[in-house]
Design a protein around this ligand. Structure first.
Ligand SMILES: Cc1cc2nc3c(=O)[nH]c(=O)nc-3n(C[C@H](O)[C@H](O)[C@H](O)COP(=O)(O)O)c2cc1C
Length: 167
């Protein structure tokens, strides 16, 4: 992976995040966990490039998001679909997903783990979090997402590094 200038990067975010759900990873050189996410936003807030992710409290990844200052978002090409589906179905409580899929871990700023096989990966430093509040949902369709599991915690991270796969 090569570190590249974020300001020269222009992913088609609506296509990528709907068709290539990334892996959200948190941890360090000692321990980490990863899971598939469908919800991810990129943009400018507080004069910073910000990546926002949504994590339900039931996820094992949630505890890693809470205990670490950094998280990463790794986007894979569509040929990794089976791995992405599996990482979105099985929990790190039951299986080591990194080993199961022979993923190679790289470390960015803050020892934040991401994956060498990704097309590109963002290393983000947590800036802010908040929890979704049902009383502020302005459209009934939103409530449909919360019949069983808990409300997502929203994490906003400053994008500190961008790595792209060497061709
Ligand atoms: C395509 C897809 C997108 C997903 N997006 C999210 C998401 O944005 N937030 C979330 O909390 N869970 C999401 N999930 C569910 C988690 O990936 C899944 O529950 C996973 O097994 C959690 O793993 P963990 O317990 O090791 O953290 C998604 C699953 C799939 C298949």
């Amino acid at each position: 992976m090569t570190k590249i200038d974020l300001r020269s990067f222009s992913p088609e975010v609506f296509r990528v995040f709907s068709q290539q759900p990334p892996l959200l990873t948190a941890g360090d050189r000692r321990e980490l966990n990863t899971m598939t996410i469908g919800w991810c936003q990129l943009g400018e807030v507080w004069h910073m490039p910000i990546c926002t992710v949504f994590v339900r409290p039931e996820r094992y990844t949630y505890s890693f998001m809470e205990s670490h200052d950094y998280f990463t978002v790794s986007v894979f090409d569509p040929s990794w679909k089976a791995m992405i589906n599996d990482c979105g179905r099985r929990s790190g409580r039951d299986v080591d997903k990194v080993k199961a899929h022979n993923l190679t871990v790289c470390y960015g700023e803050g020892d934040a783990p991401y994956f060498a096989q990704a097309e590109w990966a963002l290393v983000c430093k947590k800036m802010y979090f908040t929890d979704l509040n049902p009383s502020r949902m302005l459209d009934e369709r939103l409530k449909g997402f919360y019949q069983t599991d808990g409300l997502h915690r929203i994490y906003m991270g400053e994008v500190r590094e961008l790595y792209q796969k060497d061709n």
